[in-house]
Structures are given as C-alpha cells and as structure tokens.
Design a binder for this molecule. Structure first.
Ligand SMILES: [Zn+2]
Length: 448
C-alpha cells in the first residue's frame, strides 16, 4: 500500500477534525487514524513482549507494545488480528507496515505523522539546527520544555546516571559530534549512547522527559559496568574511558577538549647523611581533578544544618596551583589545562560503614567565574548531592537508610540562566543559590 502524501493532514489540526477530513477524502489513511502517539515509548527495552527476543521487533503504533516478526503466526501478526491493531514500525529498519496484510507503507517520509514517530525513535540533526539550541519546545500535551535541559523518570534508581548523561551532552564539541553523526556501523555502546544524547537534545519529544533505565541496564548487563555503581563520579570516569576505548574519533575529541595533565612530584628527604631531597616526577593525564575538603566531623564542633563549615573553591585549588618547593610531601602541579575542567569534591569515605551518613558536608563557596593559573573559566554544570531519608523498619537505626540523591544544575548560555534538573522537574535557579548545596561534580569551560 502506498500512502499518498498530497492529502496528508497537519499534526497541528485538532485530531478529530483531521481524522474526519482524511477519512472522507482518502480511504488509505483509515489505519493511520488509529495510531496513538501518546502510547509510544521508545526508551524502554526493545524486546518482544511475548518471546522476549530483541530480534526483528516491531512497535504496534496503536497500543505501543513491542512484538516480534510480521510473517504469519508471528506475535505481531497475531496481535494485529486479535486486537484489530494494524500499523507497525520495525524498530531497527524504521520501516512501517500494515499487518496482517504485510504491506510496507512507502514514502513514509512524506507523511508528517510517521516522520514524527521515526524522529521520536531516532532524532537526526543538521548543523543549522544546532545554532539556535537550546530552544523552547512543546511535547504532545503542549507542555513547554527546553531541549537539552530535560528531566528523567525513575530518579530513585538512576539519578546518578541522569547527571552524568546531562554533563556529557552539555560539552558542546562532544555533543555536536554525537548529534551530527550516524553511529549505525559503530559498536552497540556508542550507538546507544549517541541515541541517548540525540534524545536529550530532541526538539520534538513526545513527553518532556526521558527514561535511561534501558541504557543503564544495558551498561550493567552487557558492558561490565559494576552493578554497585550509584555514584556520578565513578560513572563519569567509566563512561569517558569506555568512549575512548570504543571510538578513535571520540577519543581524539575527548583528548582535545577534556584531558588535562598534572605533574606529581614525590619528594623524599634522606633520613641519614646530607639531608638532601630526592624527587620522583610523574606527569599524569586526568579527566577529573579531585579536590579534598577540609576534615569534617559530623557530630563534633557543633555542626548543624545551619552551621556547616564553608570553604572557598580557590582554597581547595591551592593543592594544584601553589607548588610548595620546600615540601617533603607529594606535590601536584597542573601542567595542561583542558577546555572543560571537571572537579570532583571528595565527600565520601569509602571505608566508612555508612558513607552517606558520615559524608563530608562542608559547603564549597564559588562564583560562576574562576581563574586557574591565569586561565579564565566559567561554570557550566554543577552536580549536587542531597539526602533522601527512606523509611526504616528498624526504629533504632533510622539514619541507616539515608540515601544519596543527585540533582543537576546546568547553565543556559543563551539566556544566561541556571536550570536545575531534579527528576522530571526542571526549574530556573538563581546563580547565588547554587553554592548552598553539597556540590559534588563541577564542569568549568575555559573562556576565550
Ligand atoms: Zn497493539
């Protein structure tokens, strides 16, 4: 069956009106009227709901379920007859079919409805699209959102991954490479990561938020990401290394924009004899610089929520910028500053039995600009740690279930505003309020 595009209806028209018009003028559209975009969710695992196979899977565009095959007796074929649902999309080839007749819908690119569905599954971009990003967009329920600054579902389980994916998709050279290229012939990891980033920047989302549950599950089950990872720093480092080992092109982009170098000088004073100092010098590359916070005692010194110790970021940076030549300790010296300078604030003691409860709650003060060794940087992203108290069955140890919760704050260059992303919610935030939280990861961009 070939769908004639001359009479295709506009998505903007009220549905019933459009349906009536189409029905009366062009009988071939009858099946397309039954498509319900609101039911479609292409973020979930693409497996047949009957056979659980990931091969040759079709989405029923009427109910949104995934079924395998289109030949006689296949789950999709049987579903089309049993439920009277007839329009299907092959999730790999992006071709549309009418079942059970098994007829491909040709020239689907000329049908706005089908184009929009294809875009939801696999967004594509041209260079000129990126120039006015981020921009105000509307989802199917007419809710406004800013592409690139979107929320995510299932925060309780995957909020650390949301933060990391937002950070990665906001480093512009990296983002542009992901948006403008097709990764079909690359390995599965890069392909899936690229689709995540393409969806984060989609101006045509059906819903104003995404789910990355399937992607993270894939990383854990197929790519060896440790099941115990719930920390954005660990996932960020893991992803950056994984990207480098999976794609030469992306590796060179990361090396060019994100890799810094630090010289580590280990000084050792001879205990006997002349007392001379011997030094061992190593230059090491880094993606993320760890800044140590001053010692913190949660139950001493009268620390309360209203009276937490504070430290300025420039003070923390002296570890890397103020080289003390006379020191006998290990000395760190930044020798190459990257375009994107990423800091990690060391809050958790991994040896602690209750790392969340016993974390270092020191507040870090910073403004949106920073000078590091005469280079000017601007803050682009700030991942903050919060605590959720989950209900405990053991009333004697209610603190035991304190759980980390990650919130991401991103700078919108275009309107010079900060946007906070917490679960599916996005809100504007005053720059002055950013440092009131327990900052955990920051991304700074070097200015011209
Ligand atoms: Zn169906």
């Amino acid at each position: 069956m070939e769908i004639d595009n001359k009479r295709r209806h506009s998505e903007d028209e009220p549905k019933q009106e459009a349906a009536k018009k189409v029905k009366s003028q062009e009988p071939k559209y009858a099946y397309l009227e039954t498509v319900v975009r609101e039911k479609l969710d292409f973020d979930s695992e693409k497996i047949c709901c009957i056979t659980l196979s990931p091969l040759n899977v079709y989405c029923c565009l009427v109910c949104g379920r995934f079924y395998q095959g289109r030949h006689e007796k296949s789950p999709a074929f049987i579903h089309s007859i049993n439920e009277n649902h007839h329009v299907f999309l092959n999730l790999t080839t992006l071709k549309f079919y009418i079942l059970p007749q098994n007829i491909q819908i040709l020239h689907d690119d000329k049908v706005q409805l089908l184009n929009g569905i294809k875009y939801a599954l696999y967004p594509t971009y041209r260079v000129k699209d990126l120039q006015n990003f981020p921009r105000q967009c509307f989802d199917l329920s007419n809710r406004v959102y800013l592409n690139g600054f979107i929320g995510f579902t299932n925060t309780a389980v995957y909020d650390y991954a949301h933060s990391v994916l937002l950070i990665i998709s906001h480093m512009i050279p990296l983002r542009d490479h992901f948006l403008l290229n097709d990764f079909d012939d690359q390995d599965e990891f890069i392909k899936r990561l690229s689709i995540c980033i393409k969806k984060i920047w989609s101006p045509k989302l059906f819903k104003h938020y995404l789910s990355v549950d399937d992607f993270v599950t894939y990383l854990k089950v197929k790519e060896g990401l440790s099941l115990s990872v719930v920390n954005p720093r660990f996932l960020l480092l893991w992803l950056l290394n994984k990207i480098c080992s999976s794609s030469k092109q992306l590796k060179s982009i990361l090396n060019q924009y994100c890799k810094g170098k630090v010289r580590i000088i280990g000084n050792k004073r001879e205990t006997e004899g002349s007392g001379t100092v011997t030094s061992k010098v190593n230059v090491k590359p880094f993606w993320v610089l760890t800044l140590d916070l001053p010692e913190f005692s949660p139950f001493k010194d009268g620390n309360t929520v209203d009276n937490l110790p504070q430290v300025n970021i420039t003070q923390l940076l002296t570890k890397f910028t103020n080289v003390r030549t006379s020191s006998v300790d290990t000395v760190f010296e930044i020798v190459q500053l990257p375009q994107f300078l990423i800091f990690h604030f060391n809050r958790f003691d991994r040896s602690s039995e209750h790392p969340v409860k016993n974390r270092n709650q020191t507040i870090v003060e910073f403004s949106s600009e920073l000078e590091v060794l005469h280079a000017k940087y601007r803050l682009k992203a700030n991942v903050v740690h919060m605590v959720i108290k989950s209900s405990s069955t053991d009333s004697n140890d209610s603190n035991r279930n304190e759980k980390s919760h990650w919130v991401t704050q991103l700078y919108n260059d275009k309107i010079k505003k900060w946007i906070e992303i917490d679960g599916i919610n996005t809100t504007e935030k005053e720059a002055e309020l950013l440092f009131l939280n327990e900052t955990f990861i920051q991304v700074w961009e070097k200015q011209e």
